[in-house]
Design a protein around this ligand. Structure first.
Ligand SMILES: *Cc1c(COP(=O)(O)O)cnc(C)c1O
Length: 472
């Protein structure tokens, strides 16, 4: 007991520690946070002394304070290396925006902009006007509007056309996508009575025709973006479905999911429907996402027949789903890049990454193999590997893109691998790979800043994987 008392007396006081704190620290974190951190560290030390631990030095307490300050002030949203092989990784924020979009968004953040103000007349303007013309030009639609994301676009379109009415959908298209977005639930929340037709694998034109009636508000077609039904199958194409609807005066809503503004076959990606194609097929409304293949910020686009878009715009729900000036600026700048298709792959990171040739990635893997091997140390073996990148976000689920990377395998025991993965996640710029084949695979398709990667790895080497593990 007396020993503990003596220890307590030797423990530096908060006031003493504050006097000795370098001014830089106050400058960086502010006096309040520094004082709190030091007080917490002293409290912890006191508890440890009571539990029998030796008295820490003033320096130890300062180090502990600094570690906790750094943790508190570092963001979990800090940039990281997405080396998962999934280019549009929903959990890692999907798209990287084009420089033009970043600049436009930053400028809009910093200053007032004419968001709903007409600079020509000085009258109130419409926020959609900034992107409407571009969307019409790029899709061939009569009218267009934009909301928070494609989930919101589908909800709003359904609610506008079929609240209190029936919406017909094929059983083969009742999809669930990530984040608990289930089409039947969305239809219910939109106030539509879902009328399922056909079977899981086969739905025919006669099924839709038989379901049409007085109370039908819309026919819904959903792009089965994250799976494929193969084998003995039948579906009714959008053009035929639009015609069936037209004959009964019922509009077709075609949810494309990702969709694309250009034909991607030029970049080796087949089969993703274009928005222009979907509009030409006669859908009353086409919805698609801003941050999937389009390569822009999160957004949902609703394009189609002028009278239907007008009805969507009159829906009070629209106000709850609208986008702000920052995203509108980024969307506008992104869409403008599509006006110059020849340079699109250079300027739009999503497309640039998807189109990156395998040889290029493999050469990078060769360069980085010794660097990574040195950083992870003798406990691991690092070798070149072939990878199959995925587009992600449900686009073209069965198509993979040949890629290359490195696989890190522990020389003994799998515990080491978990520790390494945790250490990589704990870096200033976390490195996120993918567990596969008893190793950690880093697919280098999305590695654009090689120098930054190398200097991040030196951080790992300096700490040592075992030490870095303690840093969350
Ligand atoms: C991704 C997707 C959505 C939702 O789009 P978000 O922009 O992520 O909200 C809706 N429908 C389909 C078919 C999709 O693939």
């Amino acid at each position: 007991m007396t020993e503990t008392m003596a220890g307590m007396r030797k423990l530096p006081s908060v006031a003493t520690l504050l006097e000795r704190t370098p001014p830089d620290l106050f400058h960086q974190f502010g006096r309040t946070a520094v004082t709190d951190a030091i007080r917490d560290a002293v409290d912890t030390a006191r508890k440890q002394i009571i539990a029998g631990a030796p008295v820490p030095s003033a320096e130890d307490i300062m180090i502990n304070s600094l570690v906790s300050l750094e943790q508190k002030f570092s963001s979990d949203l800090r940039p990281l290396f997405n080396l998962t092989g999934t280019v549009l990784h929903t959990n890692l924020g999907r798209t990287l925006l084009a420089e033009a979009a970043i600049e436009a968004a930053t400028a809009a953040m910093r200053d007032a902009v004419a968001l709903e103000f007409d600079l020509e007349t000085g009258q109130r303007g419409e926020r959609d006007e900034h992107v409407r013309g571009l969307l019409l030009e790029l899709t061939g639609a009569e009218d267009a509007t934009v909301v928070n994301n494609n989930a919101a676009a589908v909800l709003l379109a359904l609610n506008t056309l079929s609240q209190g009415r029936e919406a017909i959908v094929s059983r083969g298209e009742l999809i669930e996508i990530g984040g608990a977005f289930r089409m039947p639930d969305i239809m219910t929340r939109a106030g539509a009575l879902m009328i399922e037709v056909g079977t899981t694998n086969r739905t025919h034109a006669r099924d839709y025709r038989a379901a049409l009636g007085e109370r039908t508000g819309a026919i819904l077609k959903v792009h089965t973006s994250n799976y494929r039904i193969q084998g003995f199958t039948a579906e009714v194409g959008a053009a035929e479905l639009a015609a069936i609807g037209d004959a009964a005066g019922v509009p077709l809503i075609n949810d494309l999911g990702s969709g694309s503004l250009i034909d991607l076959s030029r970049y080796g990606m087949r089969d993703e429907p274009t928005v222009r194609g979907a509009v030409e097929q006669g859908a009353g409304i086409v919805t698609f996402s801003g941050d999937k293949l389009l390569g822009g910020p999160q957004a949902g686009f609703i394009v189609g027949r002028a009278d239907l878009i007008e009805a969507v715009n009159r829906n009070p729900m629209k106000r709850a789903l609208r986008v702000d000036k920052i995203r509108l600026a980024a969307i506008e700048a992104t869409l403008k890049l599509y006006l110059d298709p020849d340079r699109l792959a250079e300027r739009l990171p999503t497309l640039r990454l998807l189109a990156r040739p395998r040889e290029d990635i493999e050469a990078q893997a060769r360069r980085l193999q010794p660097v990574l091997a040195q950083a992870v140390g003798n406990e691991f073996e690092v070798s070149l590997c072939a990878c199959d990148s995925q587009i992600g976000s449900g686009a073209l689920p069965l198509d993979t893109i040949a890629s290359a990377g490195l696989v890190v395998r522990p020389r003994s025991g799998s515990g080491a691998l978990n520790r390494l993965a945790a250490a990589l996640r704990g870096l200033t710029r976390p490195i996120i790979g993918r567990a596969a084949d008893g190793g950690l695979v880093v697919d280098l398709r999305c590695l654009t800043d090689e120098d930054m990667f190398v200097s991040t790895l030196s951080e790992l080497a300096a700490r040592g994987p075992a030490d870095a593990r303690r840093h969350p």
